[in-house]
Each structure stands twice: as structure tokens, then as C-alpha cells.
Design a protein around this ligand. Structure first.
Ligand code: APR
Length: 392
């Protein structure tokens, strides 16, 4: 098989890239290791920044998002029996975030891809990449226990943290910077309505907690737990009692549909290209879910990378592609900083000192009392601009 762009992974990054390239007449194939059913039903992130929404709408796959996405006015912080609301619309030139699940977005992209006969090969696991020193790298994958291969002009790794693409970049280890946080996050998906459409973050001596809507009758909760916690460590009743306590509200309880424990880490691979192999999204960087940035970072990478590939195919110009890492990293590190800042402001360290607690309280008090702090927070939460000072 032969194609222009071989894409590994049918998450938001891979599917969006495939669509944007197809819109410009560039052939591509998506190789996905999981089944179509699994990918369509995987529950993940749920908040889109305005810039992400704009790109999705411009790709022509935004009908459902436009109809069903729920615009958030802002975000609430609950602590010390007080509720503080930051209004993004008022403080950030009307720029805000939209609640729309990653699951629904992925379904929209797959539906439209199938309508237009784009090639997504499910249950096909990418195994290795060869020919990276040539202009025709080859992607090897396994489907039904048979090894297949596709010759490409470019291979794009959108295969998440555990994929093969980042580790195929020579020298990736030296270029990968990781921070492991000394706590984890227990995630709960509940079949119940959120008590607020807007996100709520709770700051409490027991640890951080978050409520984020996933639908009219579907809510995602997170609460901080020690590293090493397993999903069995907490009963359903204990989870609800703890969420009520930490969020300072009486949540509407429902059946718990899914439980996960996520160790928190930030990771950035500072080398996002090797010749004709590029990486994007979770393959290149990871942030804790605290700032709701994972899916948006993936979309921002694709915004830059798609322009580079289109520039190459339309103008035979490699320049933007060669600058992909530099352009993408400028924004990524700022987003990593914001996610780290939110995490270290709201999470309680094991054996946290009195000084550190006072620092957190002072940070929160400043955030709610200063117009400049509110604006800066809103600007970061609703999404920093994606580099747009280039054309093709
Ligand atoms: N071969 C083929 N597909 C693979 C391989 C492989 N060897 N390894 C991983 N994949 C697939 C996974 O099954 C998954 O469908 O790559 C896809 C990666 O998708 P995501 O993990 O959703 O990553 P990305 O598109 O970068 O989106 C980032 O996902 O984890 C969330 O919070 C994160 O919202 C963020 C978003």
C-alpha cells in the first residue's frame, strides 16, 4: 500500500488531521489498534477551548458540536464554605470553553470519515517504522495476525502516550522531560445531572476535587487520592460523601458507570520531528487533567502540523514543517505551566507544610480579588491563541 500521509491513532489528533488533509485533497490512511466500537465508546475528556471549536467547525465536522456543545460562562471555585465564580465571558472578550465530550467528537469524525470514504483501518496495530532516513518511510502494522505495510511521504504519530511513534525518534529519551506529581486523581463517571453546567473546583484540606459536566444526565468527578490508590480503595458511598465534603455541595448521586485512578504527571518531548516522522497530541506531551487541556493541546498541534503538510503539498515548501516543533512547543510549555500551576494550587502535598497551605490560600485570594489575575486565568483557561502568523 502507498499513501501520502500515514497517521497512527484514531483519537482526536489523528482524526482531525485526516479530515483537514482530506479537505485539501491529500491522501491519508489512519491506522488504529483498537476496534471501531471501542474507539466510539471510549470515555475521555470533555472541554473544548474556543480555538479548538473554531478549528473543528472550519474542518466541516462541527454540526453536532454547534448544536449540542454547551457554552460555559465560567468556572467556580469552592473553598472555606465560600463559592467564587470567574466569568470568562466578561473577563476574556467573550472567549470561553464549550462542554462537548471527546467521545462524541470522535464519533462525529468517524461518521463523516465513513461518509466520505476516508480510510481508517481499525484493529490494526502499528509495530514499527522503517526508512526514516529516506523520503519514503514505511509504516508496518499488524491486522488479523498478518503483517502489512504502507509506504508514506510522511508518518504522523497521533498514537498517545504509549504509542510507538515517540520512541521511534532517535534521541527521544534525552529530549523528554517529565514531572511526576506526588498524588493521583480518582475519576468517576456518574449517571446523574451535574449540579452546575460550569466546572467546579474544590479546594479542601483533604485534597482537590472537580465536577465537570459530560451531558444533561452525565457528570465526571475527580478527587485527589494518594499514589498507589486502586479503584477498589473507595466504596461508592464513600466516594459520594467525600465529593460532597470537598466540593461543599450536595451532589445528585447516580450510578457510577466508570472508575479510574490516574497518576498525575506532566511530560513534554522537546523533539517532535525526525525527518519525515512527526508526533502530536498525547504522543508528544501529557498534562494532568486539572486544567482540561489534553484534548485542546492535541488539536493545537494539529492546527500547526496540518498547515505545514498542506504548505508542503501545495507549495512544495518544507519550511513550516521544519518549524513545527518550535512553533508547537512555544504554546505547549505555556499550557503545561498553566496545568502545573492549577494542580499545585489546588492539590495538597503529602505532609504539606503550613507555609505551602498559606501560599495556596494567598494564590486563591489574589485570583478572586484582582481583575488582572482573573483576566490572566480566563485567558489561559479559555485557551491561548494558536500560532497563526504563517500562511500557506
Ligand atoms: N497502533 C495503532 N494505534 C495506536 C497505537 C499503535 N501502536 N498505539 C496507540 N494507538 C491509538 C490508541 O488506541 C488511540 O486510539 O492511538 C490513539 C491515541 O488517541 P488519544 O489517546 O485520544 O490521543 P490524542 O489523539 O493525542 O488525543 C489526546 O486524549 O487521552 C486523551 O486527555 C487526552 O484529551 C486528550 C486526548
Amino acid at each position: 500500500m502507498k499513501t501520502q500521509v500515514g497517521i497512527i491513532g484514531a483519537g482526536p489528533a489523528g482524526l482531525l488531521l485526516s479530515r483537514l488533509l482530506h479537505n485539501k485533497g491529500i491522501n491519508n490512511i489512519v491506522i488504529e489498534k483498537e476496534s471501531e466500537n471501542y474507539v466510539r465508546n471510549r470515555s475521555r475528556a470533555g472541554i473544548l477551548e474556543q480555538t479548538s471549536v473554531d478549528l473543528i467547525l472550519s474542518s466541516g465536522v462541527g454540526d453536532n458540536l454547534e448544536k449540542k456543545g454547551i457554552i460555559h460562562e465560567g468556572i467556580s471555585f469552592h473553598y472555606n464554605q465560600k463559592k467564587h465564580f470567574i466569568n470568562f465571558i466578561e473577563s476574556n472578550n467573550k472567549k470561553t470553553v464549550v462542554a462537548y465530550t471527546q467521545k462524541q467528537l470522535v464519533r462525529d469524525f468517524i461518521d463523516k470519515a465513513q461518509e466520505d470514504n476516508l480510510e481508517i483501518i481499525f484493529e490494526a496495530k502499528a509495530k514499527k517504522i522503517e526508512g526514516l532516513e529516506t523520503t519514503e518511510p514505511i509504516l508496518f502494522y499488524e491486522k488479523n495476525n498478518i503483517e502489512e505495510s504502507v509506504e508514506c511521504d510522511f508518518i504522523i504519530g497521533c498514537d498517545g502516550f504509549h504509542g510507538i511513534s515517540r520512541v521511534s525518534i532517535p534521541g527521544h529519551e534525552e529530549e523528554t522531560i517529565t514531572k511526576i506529581f506526588p498524588y493521583s486523581l480518582y475519576g468517576v463517571l456518574s449517571d446523574s445531572p451535574p449540579i452546575s453546567e460550569n466546572i467546579i473546583c474544590g479546594y479542601h484540606p483533604n485534597g482537590c476535587s472537580i465536577q465537570s459536566m459530560r451531558g444533561a444526565h452525565l457528570t465526571k468527578f475527580y478527587f485527589q487520592c494518594p499514589n498507589g490508590t486502586t479503584t477498589n480503595s473507595w466504596s461508592d458511598n464513600e466516594i459520594w460523601d467525600e465529593l460532597d465534603l470537598r466540593l461543599g455541595v450536595k451532589n445528585t448521586r447516580g450510578d457510577i458507570l466508570d472508575k479510574t485512578v490516574i497518576p498525575l504527571r506532566s511530560m513534554v518531548c522537546n523533539k517532535m520531528q525526525y525527518n519525515r516522522l512527526f508526533i502530536a497530541g498525547d504522543a508528544a506531551h501529557i498534562v494532568p487533567p486539572t486544567g482540561a487541556k489534553g484534548m485542546n493541546c492535541a488539536i493545537a498541534d494539529i492546527s500547526v502540523l496540518s498547515k505545514g503538510l498542506i504548505n508542503y503539498y501545495i507549495n512544495n515548501n518544507f519550511e513550516l514543517l521544519d518549524n513545527y516543533t518550535t512553533i508547537a512547543l512555544k504554546r505547549i510549555w505555556k499550557v503545561v505551566r498553566f496545568s502545573w500551576w492549577m494542580t499545585t494550587t489546588l492539590f495538597i502535598e503529602p505532609k504539606q507544610s503550613f507555609f505551602d497551605s498559606e501560599m495556596q490560600l494567598a494564590t486563591l485570594d489574589y485570583l478572586f480579588s484582582s481583575k488582572a489575575a482573573i483576566k490572566s486565568f480566563s485567558e489561559n483557561y479559555a485557551g491561548l491563541p494558536i500560532e497563526s502568523n504563517f500562511s500557506y
